[in-house]
Design a binder for this molecule. Structure first.
Ligand code: HEC
Ligand code: HEC
Ligand code: HEC
Length: 440
């Protein structure tokens, strides 16, 4: 009896081992993509290196491959939080020993566009290779030329990831990669107008805008990588922060979008949160032509908004009419007329280039009302930059309005005109007021 049980266990163990070996072999086979021995097909010239430097800006490689405190550019070591633990970006300077100086063009191409590392194992998708799969051969070669010959070599060993065993076993990643990362596709002549095609290429590819602006599935892949799906760039949450949809951006003109990406501000809004770094390291360095192309592409996408544009227009007109008639006003509406109307007007549309719009504004409709409450209490002003003229500052109302009044006013803003967001409570206002006064 005992003997029988033991042989049964032994069989099970052998079976599990064989299955694991087969799964591992299949993983190795799945990672056999690209050609590690491939060579550049063009000569490296100073122009090619310069083009590569520009493309590295577009791809924002520096943001992830540089440690925060005094880190050397591209030498890696930045900790990136992931559901399984902290991952560290790697040294991609041309140092032969600790960087990628010894890599062939084929190995670089394979890592960038297919997510397979030097030793043939799959990379964590913290490296946005599902987006970079869109990068053309010509641009990949320019990037390689820049990283080999335009970036100073830095000797700095890679940090081991802080991922506990058995999650740290890398080969199962091959399955994620095979399932969710697209293969690079040969270039085909675009059917859209030239600028929209160029914009799509930048936004979907090196720009990897979807990595923050597209919702992710449970298995962590972006739910869509291009406009064939209406969830692409439909907005999501990131570390508790609202990431807005980029589809159509009906509240902004093309020029306002270009201004925002080039300077971090436009006539209607100013940037905050993780987008600040994207603008600082990446989009503010892009040419006007490329910014125009990205804006043209984003404007060409159908907005996700479930409320149709016509309904929005009708609701906006209703609020404006009620404020104009000034009869049977709620407390929120009255506070708006008394304190805000002089600059933002009954239309909630402010004045172009001077007073930002509140009807449809991202900050007003954000899931968390924190930024809106802060603006009402403290006012706002953005520094002037070379590319954009300065606007007037907005005064703060912390002294004039109590918590209940700010809550009523903010609730009106979030539900007036075409806005549709949850009401705000006096408790939420009190917490933010206390946090502000606690700051030195
Ligand atoms: C959002 C963050 C992020 C961005 C942006 C990013 N990377 Fe990475 N990259 C990573 C992480 C994290 C790894 C390590 C992945 C791993 O260990 O599996 C990595 C790995 C790599 C590797 C493999 C290096 C090695 O030693 O195995 C290369 C090559 C690389 N990145 C190049 C680039 C280039 C070129 C760009 C810009 C076009 C770029 N990366 C942009 C996060 C990023
Ligand atoms: C690291 C994450 C991240 C990446 C990558 C990213 N964004 Fe953003 N983006 C954000 C966040 C967060 C906000 C919200 C900013 C705020 O609250 O002020 C934002 C806001 C925006 C807005 C303002 C929209 C509005 O209605 O207010 C635009 C436009 C935008 N991003 C465009 C882009 C483009 C184009 C790219 C690619 C080149 C991109 N973003 C890449 C995180 C990101
Ligand atoms: C004296 C004119 C003036 C008054 C009065 C005023 N604002 Fe403003 N408001 C501005 C200006 C100018 C800005 C842009 C500030 C900047 O550069 O960030 C602004 C910005 C804002 C923003 C941020 C918009 C965005 O997209 O970033 C909100 C929200 C806002 N105001 C709400 C209010 C409310 C609510 C009141 C009444 C309690 C009010 N404002 C009163 C001039 C005014």
């Amino acid at each position: 009896m005992k003997h029988r049980k033991r042989s049964w266990l032994l069989k099970l163990l052998v079976l599990v081992l064989v299955a694991a070996c087969l799964a591992w072999l299949l993983a190795v086979w799945l990672n056999r993509v690209g050609d590690a021995q491939a060579q550049m097909s063009v000569a490296v010239t100073p122009e090619l290196i310069e083009q590569g430097a520009y493309l590295a800006r577009v791809g924002d490689c520096v943001a992830c491959h540089t440690a925060r405190e005094g880190g050397k550019a591209f030498a890696g070591g930045l900790g990136i939080a992931s559901p399984i633990g902290t991952l560290y970006s790697t040294n991609i300077t041309p140092d032969k020993r600790t960087g990628i100086g010894g890599w062939t063009y084929g190995e670089f191409e394979r890592a960038l566009r297919r997510g397979v590392g030097h030793d043939g194992s799959a990379l964590y998708p913290a490296m946005p290779y599902p987006s970079y799969a869109k990068v053309t051969d010509a641009d990949t070669q320019a990037l390689y030329a820049y990283f080999m010959q335009g970036v100073p070599a830095v000797e700095q060993a890679n940090k081991a990831n802080a991922v506990p065993w058995p999650l740290s076993i890398r080969w199962p990643l091959a399955y994620w990669r095979a399932l969710f990362a697209p293969a690079p596709t040969p270039e085909t002549p675009a059917s859209e107008p030239r600028d929209i095609a160029r914009g799509a290429y930048l936004v979907q590819g090196l720009g990897h805008c979807g990595s923050c602006h597209t919702p992710r599935a449970l298995t962590l892949q972006e739910k869509a990588l291009d406009e064939r799906s209406p969830v692409y760039l439909s907005g999501t949450q990131l570390n508790g922060w609202n990431v807005p949809a980029l589809r159509g951006l009906p509240h902004w003109s093309t020029q306002e979008l270009v201004d925002y990406l080039g300077t971090g501000r436009n006539a209607k809004a100013a940037v905050a949160g993780e987008m600040t770094d994207v603008i600082l390291h990446s989009t503010s360095h892009m040419s006007d032509t490329d910014l125009q192309a990205m804006a043209a592409y984003l404007k060409s996408l159908a907005p996700t908004d479930t409320v149709s544009g016509q309904d929005n227009e009708a609701r906006s007109a209703q609020t404006a009419a009620k404020l104009t008639a000034a009869k049977d006003l709620t407390l929120g509406e009255r506070l708006y007329l008394d304190n805000c109307n002089a600059c933002h007007f009954v239309s909630g549309r402010g004045a172009e280039q001077v007073f930002p719009r509140l009807d449809g504004a991202t900050v007003v409709n954000a899931q968390s009302p924190q930024a809106l409450i802060q603006v009402i209490l403290q006012g706002a002003s953005t520094p002037s930059t070379a590319r954009a003229p300065s606007v007037l500052p907005m005064p703060g109302f912390a002294k004039r309005l109590d918590d209940q009044e700010v809550a009523e006013l903010a609730s009106f803003l979030r539900q007036g005109w075409s806005n549709q967001a949850a009401a705000v409570s006096a408790d939420e206002v009190r917490e933010i007021r206390q946090a502000i006064s606690a700051k030195p």
